[in-house]
Ligand binder design. Structure first.
Ligand code: NI
Length: 182
């Protein structure tokens, strides 16, 4: 299987709003499999289609230690968010090697289509809740760096642009807490 190319901040294509999937068919299932493959290869715990320049509302996630619990979301919708917040160090495959604290609702109730075009609902908390919100942000053209100060965001943008120019961006992927790169 071919690994899809992951776009990096500040690429403007990461700002596009993904379109809803009209029908879950074989093409969509194939894209999801390619996205899982890419996410595992990149050692991420989540990936949104926007990050691989596919403008469809598709997300893949695996927050398990053993990397064996695939979760996908098709046309996800947030039903409710808790008032309680959780602060976590977030990273992103589109912002390789940079981590910042972001506060988000602790619990999220979300719905998604399954492979039979049926809408299912479930509740998530902890890392999974953070991950789901981070990925839905991607589908809306938003990145975790939009949740931090403009000063920090500009600093990251400058560093990434420099690293990319020097051809050294990929080395950032091997920084220690890649576990939280979503
Ligand atoms: Ni991300």
């Amino acid at each position: 299987m071919k690994k899809l190319e992951v776009l990096h901040f500040p690429d403007k294509r990461l700002r596009k709003i993904a379109k809803p999937v009209e029908k879950v068919n074989q093409e969509i299932k194939d894209i999801i499999e390619q996205m899982f493959f890419t996410m595992y290869e990149e050692k991420g715990i989540g990936l949104a289609a926007t990050q691989v320049n596919i403008q469809k509302r598709l997300i893949v996630i695996d927050v398990s230690e053993n990397r064996d619990k695939k979760l996908f979301l098709i046309n996800p919708e947030i039903i409710s968010l808790s008032d309680d917040l959780d602060t976590m160090e977030e990273g992103c495959l589109s912002v390789p090697g940079f981590y910042e604290s972001v506060s988000r609702p602790k619990t999220v109730k979300v719905s998604s289509l399954d492979f039979n075009n049926k809408r299912i609902e479930f509740e998530a908390n902890g890392l999974l809740a953070t991950c789901i919100q981070h990925e839905i942000d991607h589908l809306n053209g938003k990145l975790f760096v939009d949740h931090i100060s403009a000063l920090k965001r500009n600093r990251i943008e400058k560093k990434i642009t420099k690293l990319k120019k020097e051809g050294n961006l990929s080395s950032r992927k091997n920084t220690p807490n890649y576990k939280s790169a979503i």
